[in-house]
Design a protein around this ligand. Structure first.
Ligand SMILES: Cc1cc2nc3c(=O)[nH]c(=O)nc-3n(C[C@H](O)[C@H](O)[C@H](O)COP(=O)(O)O)c2cc1C
Length: 211
């Protein structure tokens, strides 16, 4: 028996990644996100237009997608409620977001130079994808003002402990992606950490969709 209900959040469960993108001053901004999916060597990254990352991707046309294992959850949670935009959008300010210029420092993450991309990789991420932006598709709706950035993977870096010896394959048993499900964090199908984003989403508010 199914019930017809009004679902406020449609985040059914997707892996968390951290996007490294280059700011206008040459520093690297980091943003956790989970609206990412893959087809062949291409990916699609769904990003709110109000984010610093969306502005950076539009301008620089490149990024690093750093995949997050469940063991990175504490660091990811420290990045939540931060933005690289010094003019914090009002709807984010109300939710408790703060401007952070150095997200590596706030999350205790390590910069690792990329080979082909201006932004730095996240050293703690065991799977890092250097990407170019090939297209930007608008996603507009009554409650969304975002862009689906289509990216092409140019270089893949994988922690060798995850590579099946003698192959170019990742051991799926060794790879435990951090999953965001309804704003909560899961790994190995279990809740693994309290989530600041889930707490912020619990605050009643009108979602501003203007950039
Ligand atoms: C686990 C997690 C998943 C998120 N997923 C997305 C997402 O898929 N798309 C998006 O636009 N923002 C997502 N966010 C929110 C962004 O991280 C947030 O907008 C952040 O301020 C962006 O940083 P920036 O403004 O420096 O780019 C997510 C946040 C967390 C903690």
């Amino acid at each position: 028996v199914h019930r017809s209900i009004d679902l406020k959040v449609l985040y059914f469960g997707t892996p968390v990644v951290v996007i490294s993108s280059r700011n206008p001053d040459g520093t690297t901004n980091l943003a956790p996100m989970s609206s990412a999916w893959w087809l062949g060597q291409s990916g699609v990254l769904g990003l709110a237009n109000s984010s610093q990352t969306a502005a950076n991707l539009r301008r620089e046309r490149e990024c690093v997608v750093n995949l997050a294992p469940s063991s990175m959850v504490d660091r990811i949670d420290r990045l939540a409620l931060t933005t690289g935009r010094s003019d914090v959008p009002e709807y984010k300010r109300v939710m408790g977001y703060q401007y952070v210029a150095d997200k590596f420092a706030v999350a205790g993450l390590t910069r690792q130079p990329a080979d082909l991309v201006g932004a730095a990789r996240v050293g703690e991420s065991p799977i890092q994808l250097e990407c170019v932006v090939t297209q930007a598709h608008p996603i507009d709706g009554p409650d969304v003002n975002a862009t689906a950035f289509q990216v092409h993977v140019r270089r893949v870096h994988v922690d060798e402990s995850l590579v099946i010896p003698g192959t170019s394959h990742i051991d799926p048993l060794g790879w435990d992606p951090l999953i965001m499900k309804f704003c909560e964090f899961f790994g190995d199908a279990r809740a693994v950490h309290p989530s600041r984003l889930a707490e912020a989403w619990a605050v009643p508010r009108a979602i501003a969709v203007a950039a």
